[in-house]
Design a protein around this ligand. Structure first.
Ligand SMILES: [Zn+2]
Length: 397
């Protein structure tokens, strides 16, 4: 089931493997001695995790290696549900933003990646065939309300003809198993004066399929307050914690206005969506100070941001450790919390027995690290999360 070649390529050489040649084993794989952090079941303890038939089979204080075909000792490492990144961009070569999701996600602890609207109705069929179907990462997607999606860099909603509820709804219904909501990018350069019209069209489609909106914030044509007032409980904003005065949750003085806090109380979510312009330490600090936590931590990893300052999901999570969130909270905001936001918490985001064995083994490395936000502000911290090993349905990618 596991090709040795795969294990070698991940730096796991024979001494780390306890190989058992004979007899019937209950489990295909055993991760032994790691610290399991699974916020979906309030678990933070040293536990063994056994996998069978691609699913989590058992989590116990001590499971014998005799019961498993393979044992990987992971003492001192963190065993967490496979990370769920709510905002990525696939479709390499087709979109200005697109990258190879497997190369940047399942190799870095992310077993579920949600595409943030790279495709609209006109290209979703291709996105499904060429990106979703062959990937090892589980890929879901927000459908862009612009029928052309993000082929080019600017202006997918400037031309009103690109905003068509009927074509979007047809695509959303045809691909309803993988579409988790509707994406609208609200930025003056992206929409011209059409932002509210695009939002309301997206709402129509979202209502018809019973799914929320993901709304990109960034120097919008309409005031941010007007966009927040259009949102309904269950919707999520992304790039929320961008630099003060650029259309995110912080005004130009760096304060979090009351209408944002009221919206959070009403059940409107504020996702991170770091990217190359969507995240500033100063805004995150101001938000945390008034009790506004991100509802989910996502990367907005795409072709430019993968080269920095995003790099990958563990680096993005490390920035929130630096900002003072607990390790348990950070893992929650990257596993069960995003799974809940897209109504998939019965399918992934947890290590409860019976769930797919989507598992990230991470290490919290100690040292002297510099972290950069999207404005290239720098903060130092003495800890950093790195990906050690990822299992997708019990298998190495
Ligand atoms: Zn994005």
């Amino acid at each position: 089931m596991y090709r040795r070649r795969d294990l070698f390529s991940l730096g796991l050489t024979t001494p780390f493997l306890v190989r058992r040649a004979h007899g019937q084993r209950r489990y295909s794989l055993l991760l032994k001695g790691g610290r399991v952090i699974d916020p979906s079941q309030g678990l933070n303890a040293v536990r063994d995790v056994a996998v069978a038939d691609g699913k989590v089979a058992a989590i116990e204080p001590d499971i014998s290696p005799r019961e498993a075909e393979r044992t990987v000792p992971v003492p001192g490492q963190l065993v967490v549900p496979g990370l769920v990144d709510l905002h990525v961009h696939g479709f390499e070569g087709m979109s200005y933003w697109g990258l190879d999701i497997d190369q940047h996600c399942v190799t870095r602890g992310v077993t579920t990646a949600v595409d943030g609207g790279t495709s609209g109705a006109d290209s979703f069929d291709g996105f499904r065939r060429l990106v979703i179907r062959p990937a090892r990462t589980r890929i879901l997607a927000f459908l862009n309300i612009s029928r052309i999606g993000l082929v080019g860099r600017p202006g997918e909603l400037v031309d009103m003809r690109m905003i068509d509820a009927d074509v979007a709804l047809k695509a959303a219904r045809e691909h309803e198993d993988v579409i988790v909501g509707i994406k609208v990018r609200c930025g003056a350069d992206l929409t011209g004066p059409n932002d509210i019209h695009a939002l309301r069209t997206a709402r129509k489609v979202g209502d018809a399929i019973g799914k929320p909106l993901m709304i990109h914030l960034g120097n919008p044509h309409s005031p941010t307050e007007a966009l927040v007032r259009e949102a309904r409980p269950g919707d999520m904003f992304t790039h929320s914690f961008r630099a003060p005065g650029t259309g995110g949750v912080a005004d130009k003085d760096g304060n979090i206005p009351g209408y944002v806090l009221d919206a959070a109380k009403r059940g409107i979510h504020f996702d991170v969506g770091h990217g190359i312009g969507g995240f500033a330490f100063a805004t995150a600090e101001a938000a945390l100070k008034v009790g506004l936590l991100p509802s989910s931590i996502s990367t907005d990893i795409h072709a430019p941001s993968a080269l920095g300052p995003v790099f990958d999901m563990p680096t993005t999570l490390s920035k929130f450790l630096m900002l003072g969130l607990s390790l348990d909270k950070v893992i929650e905001l990257a596993t069960i919390a995003p799974a809940r936001l897209i109504s998939r918490s019965a399918e992934f985001g947890s290590l409860r027995p019976g769930f797919p064995a989507d598992i990230a083994v991470l290490e919290l490395v100690q040292g002297d690290f510099s972290f950069f936000d999207a404005s290239r502000s720098v903060r130092k911290h003495n800890q950093k999360l790195v990906s050690v090993l990822t299992l997708r349905e019990g298998r190495l990618p």
